[in-house]
Design a protein around this ligand. Structure first.
Ligand code: C5P
Length: 407
């Protein structure tokens, strides 16, 4: 995650038991390359000590507005001018009420009010489910959002008070993702992106089948990058062991035909279709409902195959794709002569953008190189992590989208 390298985050803690999670968030931010200045309300210091947060952030913590350490005695100005973002985690119901009213009688709300226009303010609500559901709380967060804050989601589950419901603060790794994502340019705002990823599994019998070594990493990285870039993302995934990227809707499938059915059910809502899946070209002509047994005679079964549907070609030939309402991106995993083979594939599949890579160099790897081929020619994205390539590819796709496409 490159977004946080060199960023300076003012991490504000308000009163709530979720403060213990913010200690971990502080560490994760620093591991991701950010510097962190902690500011705590008086109530927050009842839940976790400034000593803990100082040790984790490597900087003295600010608690009061009358702290005489700054030469000018204006901590609220200095802290907010240095920051690339202010993150309030946990953000209590009381603090949201203060923000909504523009209160400035303690340091944290004062520095939020004094922040320069355009400086991102992220709020991670954390409270009991009844407090969260209360109309006053909802009104206050809505007002804070209207005034420019980004209100993050709340989690659902068991609460420290013993109740169960909405209002938990997001987990530290989820907050880290959302903070990083807030720095990603929203190139795909308003777009609906549908992505296929991973291999397919074509069953022979209840215990066997044919598949391939696709890990799904590239497709999952693109899904995550597209979500961070502001798109609504649906990911149709073959059998892979990867966590679902945050904020992405995932549909699991096994076979090529299931993948096609899932894509066809979703594609009318999509404005961008990215086919990264390594779909099996053939499937067994017949599925044996019972395990195919060896009988000891040395005889091997003869297997017949039939061709699978080409999901990308099917989508690319649809009426919406043909008139430019759906932008299609294909992938080609080649073993040699990448430019020639990938260009031929682009023409054959009738897609505006084809992304070529060398199959053995990408399957299962964490990094890769990509060759983009469109009507203008070819353009290489040099070797980088799949996460970085996902972001770079999303920016390249966004640049190529027709500005005005009718649904
Ligand atoms: O024909 P080939 O498999 O090389 O084409 C690769 C591209 O087509 C990839 O984008 C892949 O996801 C897509 N594809 C597909 N359905 C298939 C085969 C490939 O969507 N049956």
């Amino acid at each position: 995650m490159k977004e946080l390298v060199g960023k300076h985050i003012v991490l504000g803690l308000t009163g709530g038991i979720a403060c213990y999670k913010t200690a971990q968030l502080c560490r994760l931010l620093i591991q991701a390359g950010a510097t962190v200045q902690v500011v705590m309300t008086e109530a927050a210091t009842r839940f976790i000590t400034p000593v803990t947060m100082q040790a984790l952030s490597g900087r003295p913590v600010f608690v009061g507005q009358w702290d005489a350490r700054p030469d000018n005695n204006m901590a609220h100005i200095n802290l907010s001018r240095e920051a690339d973002a202010i993150v309030i985690a946990p953000c209590s119901a009381d603090f949201a009420a203060r923000l909504a009213q523009g209160r400035a009688d303690e340091l944290l709300s004062l520095l939020c009010l004094a922040r320069p226009q355009g400086l991102p303010l992220l709020l991670a609500p954390a409270m009991n489910r009844e407090m969260w559901a209360h109309p006053a709380t909802q009104r206050n967060f809505a007002q804070a959002a209207q005034d420019g804050a980004l209100v993050l989601e709340v989690g659902e589950g068991a609460q420290a008070c013993g109740e169960f419901g909405d209002g938990r603060m997001l987990e530290p790794h989820e907050l880290l993702h959302d903070i990083a994502a807030s720095f990603v340019p929203k190139h795909l705002a308003g777009q609906q992106v549908l992505i296929t990823a991973g291999p397919t599994f074509e069953a022979l019998d209840p215990v066997r089948g044919i598949t391939n070594h696709s890990s799904g990493k590239m497709g999952f990285a693109i899904a995550s990058a597209a979500q961070a870039a502001g798109a609504q993302v649906t990911l149709v995934a073959g059998p892979v062991h990867l966590p679902t990227p945050r904020g992405v809707r995932r549909i699991n499938v096994q076979s090529a035909r299931e993948m096609l059915a899932a894509v066809q059910a979703e594609v009318d809502q999509a404005t961008v279709f990215i086919a990264t899946a390594a779909v099996a070209d053939w499937r067994p002509a017949e599925f044996s409902t019972q395990k195919i047994k060896k009988d000891g005679s040395g005889q091997v079964p003869s297997l017949a195959f039939v061709e699978n549907p080409d999901i990308l070609a099917t989508v690319a030939q649809s009426e919406r794709a043909q008139r430019g309402a759906l932008y299609c991106v294909g992938f080609a995993a080649e073993s040699h002569d990448l430019l020639h083979n990938a260009s031929a594939k682009r023409a054959r599949k009738q897609v505006p953008l084809l992304v070529g890579n060398i199959g053995p160099a990408t399957f299962g790897q964490d990094d890769n190189t990509l060759l983009l081929i469109d009507a203008e020619g070819s353009y290489a994205l040099p070797r980088a992590s799949k996460t970085e390539l996902g972001h770079a590819l999303v920016a390249e796709i966004a640049r190529r989208l027709p500005t005005q496409v009718a649904a």
